[in-house]
Design a protein around this ligand. Sequence first.
Ligand SMILES: *Cc1c(COP(=O)(O)O)cnc(C)c1O
Length: 440
Amino acid sequence: MSALRFHSTRRNSEPVGLVEAIADGLAPDGGLYVPESFPTLGPADLKNCQTMPDVGVRLLHPFFEGGELEGALRSICEHAFGFHIPLAPTADPQVRILELFHGPTAAFKDVGARFLAGCLEYSKKPDDAPLTVLVATSGDTGAAVAGAFEHYPSTNVAILYPAGMISARQQHQLCCWPEHIRSFKVAGTFDDCQRIVKQTFVDEQTTSKLRLTSANSISIARLLPQMVYYAASSLEYWRETGRDAHFIIPAGNLGNSLACIWARHIGLPIGHVALATNANPVLSRYFDAGVWEPGETIPTLASAMDVGNPSNVERLFDLFPAAHEPESRLSARAVSDEQIRDSIVDAWRRLRIAICPHTATAWQLRRWMEDEQPGRDWIVVATAHPAKFERIVEPLVEQSIEVPPALAELLERPVEWQEIAPTLADFRTALLGRGTRKNR
Ligand SMILES: *Cc1c(COP(=O)(O)O)cnc(C)c1O
């Protein structure tokens, strides 16, 4: 059995195996890696899978089969899915919440980051030079990646985050790690951070000195495991009701929602996938008017979704190439900051559930659907714990929100970071030299 390969969305570079696709991050032609083919797996194929790691091994095996990491797949899954991901009922029988925030940094990105860290660790060769993981973050990615690599000191991590666009607790979580994990506060936007990362990968002055890899949501090793919680929760719903599960997913760079669309493509019992965005209009405009017009990033209350040019869209267009027609079981709508606030209050009043501002975009869509498609059940995807955004959520629900223990431990650590201008040159100097570190 020859192993499944991954090709670039731009088709201008050679297809590669999984380990190489993970190590590259971005394909050499600047495109994103996608599987050359998808397996077909439905409920019958997964009928003996009861736990999340079981579903993970069964679902991801076709992508690992015949490759270097095949033997490590079970261990990687057991580690990545080592925390609870419940499909929680609510006071409304038509709504369940997929709680993706019980990991170490209290956001869904913990799953992909831990899976990626496991893949990199198991694909190491004894005489490999140390690896440096580059990650641009608009909030939660950096923390999740740092947390995933905390106990792998032979791998260095460099995190770039936009100054002033993330919450104080988010910043704390980006900057509270051991020496091998460094944080760079960029005087710019998330798109600047992403651009610098992309430029660094093709910057010879850097690549001649460091062995680099990516940990952004463009990494195939983050996307693949995200399919697993959609598979497991849709199966759970299907076993109970005999129906397809419809999901509402907060979307920014489109990594989390693309995984759901891939899971459906493979054959899992998933119906409609509704993307909830914040005021950044690129996706909703595309679904309304069919025009793809990436723009400047608009800062919003749901800051981890502040993306003006979602890179994973290349993978979406790759899956649905017909003149980039949005397909009928997919939709997107934008939610304003005012509607986010209003939805946080509404979820608290109706369900007694405190939700984070990102999850609130999804809750707003569900409120619209309630009028437009009465009778349909929805799974609302909760992407972060509300305690990460307490300054927004607490005044609205008029309650203090208990911080989960793992997060509380991080918030007690000291922090440090380096400030840089939004340029490749500044980042390169800081990354290659030790630079000055700022303490607080
Ligand atoms: C990253 C993030 C999102 C957006 O996910 P994408 O994969 O970028 O679409 C939504 N909510 C939270 C809390 C996040 O951290």
